[in-house]
Design a protein around this ligand. Structure first.
Ligand SMILES: *[C@@H]1O[C@H](CO)[C@@H](O)[C@H](O)[C@H]1NC(C)=O
Ligand SMILES: *[C@@H]1O[C@H](CO)[C@@H](O)[C@H](O)[C@H]1NC(C)=O
Ligand SMILES: *[C@@H]1O[C@H](CO)[C@@H](O)[C@H](O)[C@H]1NC(C)=O
Ligand SMILES: *[C@@H]1O[C@H](CO)[C@@H](O)[C@H](O)[C@H]1NC(C)=O
Ligand SMILES: *[C@@H]1O[C@H](CO)[C@@H](O)[C@H](O)[C@H]1NC(C)=O
Ligand SMILES: *[C@@H]1O[C@H](CO)[C@@H](O)[C@H](O)[C@H]1NC(C)=O
Ligand SMILES: *[C@@H]1O[C@H](CO)[C@@H](O)[C@H](O)[C@H]1NC(C)=O
Length: 528
């Protein structure tokens, strides 16, 4: 009985010492330990939590569409267009990622996105609302004809009159959005060679979001990194539509700018569909961490970090810069937003020059014509926020407001998890005078606002709690490990100092030593 106590103490001391050493080691490398745990959590591998959330997101996603009703179109162009904002028309989005293919050899994954939208009665307005909008079909045809000869333009002018084309169309919102409406000009376009329509596929109807519902082709084919290979982050766009460059731009802008380490595919907002006269949709593509509507962003973001995101429907990436910092449910965040110069045609940032594809006329708008089959589409922030004041002055009824119209996301900086996202864009159509086309003889040159869309996601309270928890572990883990190690060392000291020096103690120690090899032998046998 006497010999048992020291033996027990010795075992205890050894175990404590080992644990203390481990504790010190973990505490010294805490950052890296935490990183590897997080990396394993967010890696996109079959069956992982991250993958399941990403494949069929459970977080509710909504898309709010605001249409501009042109209320004095009969007095155009004598009177400035007066626009009344209608909406929001709210749609709930159901999203699924399909055709997922894993490429183990290069740590990538390819997929397509399948989405459907469901109208919500909580909308401010109904889908039967009659809305008057610029006739985009005619505007596209006239824009396409801008370099044609006199005779061809005259012929277009006559056909526009023949097919009953007017400056505006008045249709119920449901047709303008998802259902589409028929138009004689679309039937004519079907008979033309592809070269005359900019390669746009023939369609029967025109709608801003026509053929987007339940389609897997609109978003394109995406290839992203899985984050399995060390040093890579998940969700990085590697290829889009089988290309690793942007075919719509030249020089720097064509380079695979979205392949950089800091580039994440994130809230991807759509504009006109990749056709001159087809629809538009607001799109988000998210990589979900812990069920939040977040994407994979770089960790340890600072106020000086710039976050670049690839937006397929702009056919380019845009940069978001730090705007402010705040706190949400006890969690600090940095808010990154589209700065005036990141959404610009090069008046304030020369990096954007190669995105202009033309005369870089106005600041604060993007010419997305090249990736929309040559339609006169231009993207800005809603109500021309941060854009050239001349744009908003050309119409009446717009009131840019930073709070309502900016594009931003708020991120928990240490973990890189988005807490709040407001992705907003406005689609505008360019019109300009053409002396040979009767319909556009006297129009001013302007960008005509058509609609804007917002997709905002707020992280649920339970996820915020989880994040507060994770953050606490990140912050205090090293200290807790160090303290535990210290405590263990004290126990080791106590156990070794107070060993009673009885003569029977020695054999007991020997017993341990002799037992050990036996254990090892057993383990070896078991392994065999
Ligand atoms: C849109 O404007 C037209 C023309 O002024 C008007 O007739 C129509 O009622 C308006 N629509 C709504 C939903 O207010
Ligand atoms: C609803 O729409 C009307 C215009 O149709 C607008 O005057 C009103 O402010 C909107 N309400 C909200 C809550 O947006
Ligand atoms: C892709 O997914 C869609 C929708 O789930 C399915 O109909 C189609 O057959 C799939 N295509 C391939 C090549 O797997
Ligand atoms: C990864 O490998 C697959 C074939 O296994 C290939 O189709 C794909 O293009 C590769 N992706 C990249 C980014 O190299
Ligand atoms: C989209 O398609 C679904 C059926 O898959 C339908 O229930 C829904 O109403 C459609 N959404 C719109 C906006 O038409
Ligand atoms: C919209 O206009 C059409 C014809 O112009 C009319 O028949 C219909 O009742 C109008 N709908 C609403 C909701 O005002
Ligand atoms: C917009 O881009 C298209 C296609 O690249 C180009 O032809 C056009 O001139 C540009 N328009 C303006 C106003 O910059």
């Amino acid at each position: 009985m006497r010999g048992r106590t020291p033996r027990w103490r010795c075992v205890f001391a050894v175990v404590c010492a080992l644990l203390a050493a481990a504790g010190i080691a973990i505490s010294l490398t805490w950052g890296r330990v935490f990183d590897s745990v997080v990396a394993r959590q967010v890696a996109l591998v079959p069956g992982s939590r991250s993958f399941r959330e990403w494949e069929a997101p459970s977080v509710p996603l909504f898309m709010d569409v605001y249409l501009f009703n042109w209320t004095n179109s009969e007095n155009f162009p004598q009177e400035k267009p007066h626009l009344v904002q209608l909406g929001p028309y709210r749609f709930k989005e159901h999203r699924q990622h399909v055709n997922v293919t894993w490429h183990v050899n290069n740590g990538s994954m390819a997929y397509r996105t399948l989405r459907s939208w469901h109208f919500q009665p909580s909308s401010n307005g109904s889908l039967d609302d009659n809305v008057t909008m610029l006739n985009i079909i005619a505007a596209s045809a006239i824009y396409r004809a801008r370099d044609w000869g006199f005779l061809e333009q005259k012929m277009l002018s006559m056909s526009l009159a023949m097919f009953g084309q007017h400056m505006v169309v008045s249709k119920p919102a449901r047709e303008l959005l998802f259902e589409g409406y028929e138009d004689a000009l679309l039937d004519v376009a079907k008979t033309l060679p592809a070269s005359a329509t900019g390669g746009a596929p023939p369609v029967d109807r025109f709608g801003l979001f026509y053929e987007r519902n339940n389609s897997i082709t609109t978003d394109g084919y995406m290839e992203v990194s899985t984050g399995v290979d060390s040093g890579t982050l998940p969700g990085q766009v590697l290829r889009w539509n089988y290309e690793d460059y942007l075919p719509y731009y030249t020089g720097e802008c064509a380079k695979n700018r979205y392949d950089s380490r800091f580039l994440r595919e994130m809230f991807l907002y759509a504009t006109l569909r990749r056709s001159s006269i087809k629809g538009w949709n607001g799109k988000t593509r998210t990589y979900l961490l812990k069920g939040s509507a977040g994407e994979f962003l770089p960790r340890d973001l600072t106020e000086r970090s710039a976050v670049t995101v690839f937006v397929p429907d702009l056919c380019r990436s845009i940069q978001l810069t730090h705007k402010l910092s705040g706190e949400l449910g006890g969690l600090p965040y940095h808010r990154y937003s589209v700065a005036p110069e990141s959404f610009d045609n090069s008046t304030s940032s020369h990096h954007n020059t190669c995105f202009c594809n033309g005369d870089c006329s106005w600041g604060g708008v993007m010419n997305v014509s090249a990736c929309r089959y040559g339609s006169p589409s231009f993207i800005s922030l809603p109500h021309f926020l941060h854009a050239d004041p001349a744009l908003a002055a050309a119409v009446s009824g717009l009131q840019p407001d930073e709070d309502k119209h900016s594009f931003y996301f708020s991120v928990e900086p240490n973990l890189g998890v988005p807490l709040e996202v407001a992705a907003r864009f406005q689609l505008n159509v360019l019109i300009e005078p053409n002396p040979n086309i009767a319909l556009y003889e006297k129009v001013p040159k302007m960008l005509f606002p058509i609609f804007w869309v917002e997709q905002s996601v707020q992280t649920e309270a339970s996820i915020i709690e989880e994040l507060v928890y994770a953050r606490t572990i990140l912050e205090w883990g090293a200290t807790v490990c160090a303290c535990t190690a210290l405590l263990l060392l004290v126990l080791v000291a106590l156990a070794t100092c107070c060993v009673p020096r009885h003569k029977y103690a020695r054999p007991a120690d020997g017993a341990i030593i002799s037992e050990k090899p036996k254990d090892e032998a057993e383990i070896k046998l078991n392994n065999l």
